[in-house]
Design a binder for this molecule. Sequence first.
Ligand SMILES: [Zn+2]
Length: 64
Amino acid sequence: MPIYEYQCEKCRHCFELIVFSSDDKKITCPKCNHGRVKRLLSATCFIGTSGGGGCDSHAPKGFS
Ligand SMILES: [Zn+2]
């Protein structure tokens, strides 16, 4: 199963999600519950933060 990275378009929170199909229209931000997120093809949100905002919690947490 592919694990994709998403970034919330509202709060820019980055999160990873296992996507069972190409159906990613129902994904909401786990942080602010915003309904618009964009899928990242790579770890772009980790390196593409050109000042301000950005990803503050990219380290995987809760995986035990
Ligand atoms: Zn959000």
